[in-house]
Design a protein around this ligand. Sequence first.
Ligand code: NAD
Length: 421
Amino acid sequence: MSDDTLLDRALTRLDEAASHLKIDADVIEKLKYPRETTKMRLMIRMDDGSRKSFLAWRCRYDDTRGPTKGGIRFHPDSSIEEVETLAFWMTFKCAVMNLPYGGGKGAVRVDPRTLSKSELERLSRAYMQAFARVVGPDRDIPAPDVYTNAMIMGWMADEYSQIVGQLSPAVITGKPIALGGSLGRNDATARGGYYLVRHLATELGLGAGMRVAIQGFGNAGQYYAQLAGADGHKVVAVSDSAGAIHRADGLDVTRLIAGKAAGRQVSELAAELGAEVIGAEALIGVDCDLLVPAALEDMITVDNAPSIKAKVLLELANGPVTPDADKLLEARGVTVLPDILANAGGVTVSYFEWVQNRQGFYWDVEEIHARLLRIMEREGRAVWGIAKDRNTTMRTAAYVHALSRLATAIEAHGTQPFFTS
Ligand code: NAD
């Protein structure tokens, strides 16, 4: 891999999209840098009485189209660069889906598995104390991401409400239902990807009983397995951070999910599911029709991409394929359904949650699903159309689609020709 940073690599997508459009230089100047990144050190009291500090960030990448929106990640490898890159992706994701948001992201450098429940609550509340000036229902609206969940969002919403002195559930999404969360948020990321694949199945050459391999078996991966399994598709391999398992005839998804809920790794479930343990890397090369990266960024590289046998990749994770690997997959005729479209179901239902919080009127789950389906199919079809018209990849088409919306908004403030004429 080159010395380019994650953000440098992400920005190559912007240049590529711009080459397809006639847009003013102002647009690129505005979008190639994060607008505001705040770094803080969170200090919390540990259970043993000691004090410990954790690095934390919140980035508001661009807010031209609305308040910034994006998750908070708790991960030992989190960095400012990762946060800014994820915020850049969120800017484009919200534009692809035509949500009235810009892009943001946050993180704490911590392994949450090493914290007690009380320490986790204190850390979550400390995050909100530190960033209360940055976030807000009309400014920047966080949500869950890797290793954060609904309960953490509930603590953060509560902390913010105490700081501003009024109940403010719309400051954060992905909350527990009882605290103003939306029905349908839990499985929204997977469901959005599932609707997308189902809608474009014929064009993608996928049919009934397709074989699916899923990398990363957390929120996104498990719900995708459940939806695909319920539709009669075969989940033939899954992995988590500790290993991978494979069963050509299909895995029992219900038992897998129950095993994970009981705190076991997928490799520990192999024997009882009649599956074989394979290396984490081997999952990528498993014989299947659809490969679903649902773990972390940069998992599919030029080194392992040649082994891929799937004809379609559904990027439920953010940034799982490096740009070089992307080129290789394109040359091999593998269709990649890109993250900014494929996993946008999560932010779309987060948007529904924010709308419901603000209007104080809550929708039933059928309404949530119907609205998500409509947006996924509309934007998925639009991106497919751009890819065909311009003879380009779905990734570039998604960036073109998003960039044209961002450009329209940025140009509406006036550009060089306006100010010099
Ligand atoms: P999660 O924490 O629930 O799950 C992550 C999973 O990835 C875990 O099973 C973990 O064991 C596994 N994993 C970690 N390292 C791995 C490795 N090297 N190999 C294989 N598996 C590995 O997180 P999540 O919410 O499901 O998020 C997963 C991805 O989806 C992230 O890229 C996230 O940004 C993206 N995403 C999530 C949402 C959402 O609503 N949850 C929305 C959009 C995008």
